[in-house]
Design a protein around this ligand. Structure first.
Ligand code: HEC
Length: 114
Protein backbone atom coordinates (compact mmCIF):
# COMPACT_ATOMS: atom_id res chain seq x y z
CA UNK A 1 0.00 0.00 0.00
CA UNK A 2 1.37 3.44 -0.86
CA UNK A 3 2.03 5.78 2.10
CA UNK A 4 -0.31 8.42 0.64
CA UNK A 5 -3.27 6.08 1.11
CA UNK A 6 -2.87 5.96 4.89
CA UNK A 7 -4.36 9.37 5.88
CA UNK A 8 -7.45 8.56 3.84
CA UNK A 9 -7.77 5.19 5.56
CA UNK A 10 -7.38 6.79 8.97
CA UNK A 11 -10.16 9.26 8.13
CA UNK A 12 -12.33 6.42 6.93
CA UNK A 13 -11.78 4.42 10.11
CA UNK A 14 -12.56 7.48 12.25
CA UNK A 15 -15.74 8.12 10.29
CA UNK A 16 -16.86 4.51 10.66
CA UNK A 17 -16.17 4.60 14.39
CA UNK A 18 -18.21 7.78 14.73
CA UNK A 19 -21.09 6.26 12.78
CA UNK A 20 -21.00 3.16 14.96
CA UNK A 21 -21.14 5.32 18.10
CA UNK A 22 -24.19 7.16 16.81
CA UNK A 23 -25.92 3.89 15.88
CA UNK A 24 -25.20 2.55 19.35
CA UNK A 25 -26.58 5.64 21.07
CA UNK A 26 -29.76 5.51 18.99
CA UNK A 27 -30.24 1.78 19.61
CA UNK A 28 -29.68 2.05 23.37
CA UNK A 29 -33.01 2.87 24.88
CA UNK A 30 -31.48 4.50 27.96
CA UNK A 31 -33.63 7.45 28.98
CA UNK A 32 -36.47 6.30 26.76
CA UNK A 33 -35.66 4.57 23.50
CA UNK A 34 -38.39 2.79 21.63
CA UNK A 35 -37.71 4.71 18.46
CA UNK A 36 -39.12 2.03 16.19
CA UNK A 37 -41.99 1.57 13.77
CA UNK A 38 -41.96 -2.21 14.16
CA UNK A 39 -45.15 -3.96 15.21
CA UNK A 40 -43.84 -7.41 16.18
CA UNK A 41 -42.52 -8.12 19.67
CA UNK A 42 -39.06 -9.48 18.84
CA UNK A 43 -38.22 -6.53 16.58
CA UNK A 44 -39.53 -3.95 19.05
CA UNK A 45 -37.48 -5.68 21.76
CA UNK A 46 -34.36 -5.48 19.59
CA UNK A 47 -34.96 -1.92 18.33
CA UNK A 48 -35.70 -0.58 21.81
CA UNK A 49 -32.43 -1.82 23.30
CA UNK A 50 -34.08 -4.02 25.94
CA UNK A 51 -31.18 -6.46 25.46
CA UNK A 52 -28.73 -3.84 26.74
CA UNK A 53 -30.17 -4.30 30.22
CA UNK A 54 -32.05 -7.61 30.26
CA UNK A 55 -31.29 -11.25 29.70
CA UNK A 56 -33.98 -12.97 27.68
CA UNK A 57 -33.24 -16.26 25.96
CA UNK A 58 -35.90 -15.91 23.26
CA UNK A 59 -34.26 -12.68 22.13
CA UNK A 60 -30.73 -13.98 22.61
CA UNK A 61 -30.27 -11.14 25.13
CA UNK A 62 -27.65 -11.16 27.88
CA UNK A 63 -28.00 -7.78 29.60
CA UNK A 64 -27.15 -7.61 33.28
CA UNK A 65 -28.60 -4.28 34.42
CA UNK A 66 -32.23 -5.26 34.97
CA UNK A 67 -33.83 -8.55 36.06
CA UNK A 68 -33.65 -11.66 33.84
CA UNK A 69 -36.94 -11.54 31.95
CA UNK A 70 -37.02 -15.33 31.75
CA UNK A 71 -37.55 -15.26 35.54
CA UNK A 72 -40.22 -12.54 35.51
CA UNK A 73 -43.69 -13.44 36.77
CA UNK A 74 -45.45 -10.25 35.65
CA UNK A 75 -48.69 -10.45 33.65
CA UNK A 76 -48.95 -8.88 30.19
CA UNK A 77 -50.77 -5.90 31.70
CA UNK A 78 -47.99 -5.41 34.24
CA UNK A 79 -45.29 -5.65 31.57
CA UNK A 80 -47.13 -3.04 29.47
CA UNK A 81 -47.28 -0.72 32.48
CA UNK A 82 -43.62 -1.30 33.41
CA UNK A 83 -42.34 -0.65 29.89
CA UNK A 84 -44.60 2.38 29.37
CA UNK A 85 -43.93 4.00 32.76
CA UNK A 86 -40.50 2.65 33.73
CA UNK A 87 -39.27 3.13 37.30
CA UNK A 88 -36.69 1.56 39.60
CA UNK A 89 -33.90 1.98 37.05
CA UNK A 90 -36.04 0.91 34.12
CA UNK A 91 -36.42 3.70 31.54
CA UNK A 92 -39.92 4.50 30.28
CA UNK A 93 -40.83 3.72 26.69
CA UNK A 94 -43.93 5.90 26.59
CA UNK A 95 -43.37 6.72 22.93
CA UNK A 96 -44.27 3.15 21.96
CA UNK A 97 -47.88 2.84 20.79
CA UNK A 98 -50.41 0.74 22.72
CA UNK A 99 -50.23 -1.89 19.97
CA UNK A 100 -46.44 -1.98 20.18
CA UNK A 101 -46.51 -2.25 23.99
CA UNK A 102 -49.02 -5.09 23.72
CA UNK A 103 -46.95 -6.96 21.10
CA UNK A 104 -43.85 -6.53 23.25
CA UNK A 105 -45.64 -7.78 26.38
CA UNK A 106 -47.01 -10.81 24.53
CA UNK A 107 -43.49 -11.65 23.37
CA UNK A 108 -41.94 -11.18 26.84
CA UNK A 109 -44.65 -13.13 28.68
CA UNK A 110 -45.24 -15.75 25.99
CA UNK A 111 -41.62 -16.67 25.29
CA UNK A 112 -40.04 -16.49 28.74
CA UNK A 113 -38.54 -19.42 30.57
CA UNK A 114 -37.52 -21.26 27.40
C1 HEC B 1 -31.31 1.03 31.01
C2 HEC B 1 -31.59 -0.36 31.32
C3 HEC B 1 -32.93 -0.94 30.92
C4 HEC B 1 -33.50 -0.98 29.66
C5 HEC B 1 -32.96 -0.40 28.36
C6 HEC B 1 -34.72 -1.74 29.79
N1 HEC B 1 -34.90 -2.12 31.10
FE1 HEC B 1 -36.42 -3.23 31.80
N2 HEC B 1 -35.73 -2.97 33.70
C7 HEC B 1 -34.56 -2.36 34.03
C8 HEC B 1 -34.41 -2.38 35.48
C9 HEC B 1 -33.23 -1.82 36.27
C10 HEC B 1 -35.55 -3.03 35.99
C11 HEC B 1 -35.92 -3.28 37.46
C12 HEC B 1 -36.95 -2.24 37.83
C13 HEC B 1 -37.54 -2.48 39.20
O1 HEC B 1 -37.05 -3.33 39.95
O2 HEC B 1 -38.53 -1.80 39.51
C14 HEC B 1 -36.36 -3.40 34.84
C15 HEC B 1 -37.56 -4.08 34.91
C16 HEC B 1 -38.24 -4.61 33.82
C17 HEC B 1 -39.39 -5.49 33.90
C18 HEC B 1 -40.02 -6.02 35.17
C19 HEC B 1 -39.42 -7.37 35.47
C20 HEC B 1 -39.95 -7.98 36.75
O3 HEC B 1 -40.35 -9.16 36.73
O4 HEC B 1 -39.98 -7.27 37.76
C21 HEC B 1 -39.76 -5.78 32.63
C22 HEC B 1 -40.90 -6.68 32.17
C23 HEC B 1 -38.86 -5.06 31.75
N3 HEC B 1 -37.94 -4.37 32.51
C24 HEC B 1 -38.92 -5.12 30.37
C25 HEC B 1 -38.14 -4.32 29.54
C26 HEC B 1 -38.35 -4.22 28.11
C27 HEC B 1 -39.40 -4.99 27.33
C28 HEC B 1 -37.43 -3.33 27.66
C29 HEC B 1 -37.28 -2.79 26.24
C30 HEC B 1 -38.46 -2.04 25.75
C31 HEC B 1 -36.63 -2.90 28.79
N4 HEC B 1 -37.10 -3.52 29.92
C32 HEC B 1 -35.56 -2.02 28.74
C33 HEC B 1 -33.64 -1.81 33.17
C34 HEC B 1 -33.85 -1.64 31.81
Amino acid sequence: MSPSARPFLRTLVAALAAAATVALAVGCGGGGGGDTAATDGPTIFADSGCANCHSFAAADANGRVGPDLDDSTLTEEEVVAKVRDGGGGMPSFGELSEAQLQALAEFVVGQRGR
